[in-house]
Design a protein around this ligand. Structure first.
Ligand code: CDP
Ligand code: MG
Length: 730
């Protein structure tokens, strides 16, 4: 026993021990895991017990009254059709007994708030019930999800249940679509071309408790009551039904917002969950999670494990280490099937998490927040919760947006724990102490609208003709400073004129489902005749920084392969372009990706995005032209979107951003990290141990004045004197 429970209160806060995960974020942590790994593999089976983590059982989350789960399905004769099985399975869901009551309520009221535990059948069943009741005769039933993966996975499931082809009746834009699962962002963009949403008869805004930016904006558009307009959709389209569904109990707030809409509660089946806390803070939560997975695997009765991690990189790291360790243990332990799930995971790999676990084996699902409420995975009995999530935060003063790993809220922690008690009593292992739970976690997660850059939303609202943003009826208003900052940026990008009206450039930018700086870069590529290259760069940047693969045992090879794309110090944007073009030349070969240490999953996603962007070019009448011979033109197009992100080298090797001076550094993963050009333009800032610029390209300072004369004057690009500047920072 390493620590006792009593002194847990005196222990330091694990969240103060940021080093471990900061390093991890920068990719350094791999080395640390690597060395530990070796030792443990050779120590063999023993270590599972040696290195175990002590948990204290602190509480039990009550289950509801329930009958033993009926086990009918197991007895069904095998020759039954799969679709018949699915129809019967549908009837076992908690929502089924309330089907008629629910349909009755939809008929009676225009707006209903629906609350039910995750897994009760809200997302998959309600749209089908509505279809069965005839609502799809007058228009589509649309259902929004905060995440793409969730939308695709439920669409696939529902098509299966309905016995139809995915992409026809469910989820797609074809004529025949009757049920449409999409992200909330997609619906928001649809309103741009179809302001009354007349092709819909019912809208279900699902997972409303997540309070994503797009959900909040949709709410505002559906109910713009303070300044009635056609966007007061609920009044304007009295035939449109609106269902708001939520897994948690913030339903009152939604109900109040929509004029005391009735709340429909679906009683869930919930089994008790034992909650265990670590006795002492864990400095390295990935390592702790790995140890806990193995501990559960070796000591606990059958049942699958769900681990909550913060992102793709972390999931891939953990997947790799777990594979390595279980391989080392060989046949001494039962089979452990590792299933990753995160937003960028290609569809064909997502299905794996829903496949039943073979007898004798155990499944461990490594998931991001997506598994908190949006996805239901059957068979989970154990949840491992490190207590962190990646959240966006925004500093309106500097205009800096960063993605930070932060402690989750108590509400999230409860949701996570609940995932283990869906089909029987469960256990949740929290990799933090009870003290930390009370001391360091907020009650609820702050809605995204209050911690994000609003430039994108402002652009959408402006193109919908909503000018009075201050009086827009937000469910929770964004900080005024953030609104002003967004207007300022859009003005700088020439998307708005000085009266705050949308310009032609702004109108074209609004067509792209991207951040305004990326959209501006694309619109500007028309002038530099390099739209072909620029949409590739935009697609690659949109995938995030998961293009290059750097396995622990082959770091040198991987780095060499990566540097090949950087030859001539062309900068990270052009390197990304080269990666994509080389892959395309090899016929999008998977083998090529392996040979060059490129993540094929990410490339497929980039290709997907690029195809979409190519389609949109036509809509804004930009010709697809290539100008690969003229790298400066490509860089100028990039600068046209990203000129607010410029920085100049200082004597000590750090950089100062030109506007809103702030000290920043080139991220170690950049191809220019050793080159240190005098002037650079960067894609984004990430805050880890320092403020790092990620995706950096060299810049000629006179481009700034040439491209953005309203933003930069000659004096800005002449030598900056940091001594003088330092008095006006932040
Ligand atoms: O939306 P809610 O959390 O209330 O439940 P749901 O997503 O409609 O899921 C109901 C049931 O459908 C789950 O318990 C799963 O058994 C099943 N399901 C599935 O097998 N595969 C999916 N992709 C989604 C749901
Ligand atoms: Mg759902």
């Amino acid at each position: 026993q390493r620590y006792s429970q009593d002194n847990a209160g005196e222990k330091m806060n694990p969240f103060a021990e940021q080093e471990a995960w900061e390093e991890h974020q920068m990719g350094k942590a791999d080395m640390k895991y690597g060395s530990k790994n070796k030792k443990q593999i050779s120590d063999d089976y023993q270590y599972v017990f040696e290195d175990q983590i002590d948990f204290v059982k602190a509480s039990v989350m009550d289950g509801d009254e329930f009958d033993e789960e009926p086990n009918e399905l197991l007895d069904k004769p095998k020759e039954k059709l799969a679709s018949e099985m699915l129809q019967e399975e549908r009837k076992t869901l908690p929502i089924y007994p309330y089907r008629d009551q629910l349909l009755q309520a939809v008929q009676e009221y225009q707006v209903i708030v629906i609350v039910g535990e995750t897994g009760s059948g809200k997302t998959t069943q309600i749209p089908q019930y509505l279809h069965e009741a005839g609502y799809t005769k007058q228009g589509k039933v649309g259902c929004t999800q905060p995440r793409r993966v969730a939308a695709m996975s439920v669409a696939a499931r529902v098509s299966q249940e309905m016995g139809v082809k995915l992409g026809h009746e469910a989820y797609c834009t074809s004529e025949k679509t009757i049920l449409k699962y999409m992200t909330d962002g997609m619906l928001l963009r649809e309103i741009l071309s179809e302001p009354n949403l007349e092709s819909y008869s019912v809208l279900m805004v699902d997972e409303a408790h997540e309070r994503t930016l797009s959900t909040d904006i949709l709410f505002g558009l559906l109910k713009a009551s303070r300044n009635p307009s056609i966007y007061d959709l609920i009044k304007f389209r009295s035939d449109l039904k609106l269902l708001i569904s939520s897994a948690t109990l913030d339903a009152e707030k939604f109900s109040d917002y929509f004029g005391s809409a009735p709340i429909f509660k679906i009683p869930g089946r919930r089994y008790p969950v034992e909650i265990h806390y670590t006795k002492a803070p864990e400095a390295d939560y990935i390592d702790a999670a790995i140890v806990t997975v193995l501990q559960v695997h070796v000591t606990q009765p059958s049942g699958d494990i769900l681990v909550f991690l913060t992102g793709q990189e972390e999931i891939e790291t953990m997947e790799e280490i777990l594979k390595h360790r279980t391989r080392g243990l060989g046949t001494k332990i039962a089979e452990l099937i590792i299933c990753p799930i995160y937003a960028n995971l290609p569809t064909e790999l997502q299905a794996k998490i829903f496949e039943p676990t073979p007898a004798g084996a155990r499944k461990v699902v490594l998931a991001t927040n997506i598994a908190e409420t949006s996805l239901t995975i059957d068979g989970i009995k154990y949840v491992i919760d490190p207590g962190f999530a990646k959240v966006k935060s925004y500093n309106p003063r500097t205009g800096m947006e960063s993605l930070l790993v932060n402690p989750i809220s108590k509400a999230s922690a409860m949701q996570r724990a609940g995932r283990s008690g869906r089909t029987g009593p469960g256990k949740c292992f929290r990799l933090y102490t009870l003290y930390n739970y009370h001391k360091d976690m907020d009650d609820n997660t702050v809605p995204e609208i209050q911690r994000t850059n609003l430039a994108n939303v402002v652009l959408i609202l402006k193109s919908l003709g909503i000018d009075d943003l201050v009086n827009f009826d937000f469910i929770d208003p964004p900080p005024e400073e953030a609104l002003l900052k967004a207007l300022e940026l859009l003005f700088a990008l020439s998307a708005l004129n000085k009266f705050g009206e949308l310009t032609k450039v702004g109108r074209r930018m609004a067509e792209f489902p991207l951040d305004p700086m990326l959209s501006k870069m694309i619109v500007a590529s028309d002038k530099y005749k390099c739209s072909d290259e620029i949409i590739t760069v935009a697609a690659m940047l949109s995938v995030g920084n998961s293009i290059f693969y750097r396995p622990k045992d082959k770091q040198v090879h991987a780095d060499n392969a990566r540097m090949n794309f950087h030859l001539g110090n062309v900068g990270d944007h052009i390197a990304l372009l080269r990666v994509y073009n080389s892959w395309r030349e090899c016929n999008y070969s998977t083998q090529w990706c392996y040979e060059n240490y490129i993540q094929v999953r990410s490339m497929k996603r980039a290709r997907d995005i690029r195809d979409q962007l190519e389609g949109l070019l036509e809509r804004v009448e930009i010709e697809l032209t290539s100008n690969l011979g003229d790298l400066d033109s490509i860089k100028k197009a990039i600068t046209s979107g990203f000129f607010p992100h410029s920085a100049k080298l200082q004597k000590n090797g750090s950089y100062w951003t030109v506007k809103h001076p702030q000290r920043v550094h080139i991220h170690p993963s950049s191809g220019l990290a050793q080159v240190l050009p005098r002037w650079v333009v960067y894609h984004e800032l990430v805050l880890t141990t320092k403020e790092y610029m990620r995706q950096v390209t060299e810049l000629k300072p006179d481009w700034l004045v040439e491209i953005a004369p309203h933003y930069y004057q000659m004096k800005d690009v002449e030598d900056l004197k940091p001594e003088l500047q330092s008095s006006i920072i932040y």
